[in-house]
Ligand binder design. Structure first.
Ligand code: HEC
Length: 131
């Protein structure tokens, strides 16, 4: 019995520790520590959005509209919330990535599943950030 209790404590402690280190990895924005990007969403961003939407992008228009690196560090909370709304909208309307770009790089297209995952993330993150 004692052994079981001890085991439970260790197992529980391990879980808590794992959770903590996970949150720490995702929480990068100093102004708002609620902004998080889970790995599955980050993978979609990296493949299909980041190239045009980052501070160093050569795509001036895309960079101006949205920089993913500034979502993590740079934008103020209200701006992040506004951008999340725009992100949700372009995904709902299937406007991003732009069609012209997809004609050249069809593998960057989001599957329906991926779109839904990202939309859900944007909605949940908007709620969290607005609390
Ligand atoms: C080939 C480059 C490219 C890729 C890839 C791309 N975008 Fe864009 N994005 C643009 C450009 C250019 C604009 C500006 C469009 C305009 O002003 O008409 C834009 C605009 C936007 C906007 C602002 C829309 C608004 O309301 O003004 C959002 C949000 C956005 N993109 C999100 C995304 C997301 C999410 C992805 C990935 C799923 C993505 N983009 C992939 C080039 C890109």
């Amino acid at each position: 019995m004692k052994k079981l209790v001890l085991f439970s404590i260790i197992a529980f402690g391990g879980l808590v520790f794992m959770n903590f280190s996970r949150v720490e990895n995702q929480t990068i924005n100093p102004q708002n520590n609620k902004y998080e990007v889970p790995e599955n969403v980050q993978a979609i961003i990296d493949r299909s959005c980041f190239g045009c939407h980052n501070s160093d992008s050569k795509n001036e228009k895309g960079k101006k509209k949205l920089s993913w690196d500034l979502m993590k560090k740079g934008y103020k909370t209200h701006k992040i919330i506004a951008k999340l709304g725009e992100i949700e909208e372009v995904l709902q309307k299937n406007e991003m990535p732009p069609e012209k770009f997809l004609a050249k790089y069809p593998d960057k297209k989001l599957s329906d599943d991926e779109r839904n995952i990202m939309i859900k993330w944007a909605q949940e993150m908007t709620k969290k950030m607005s609390e």
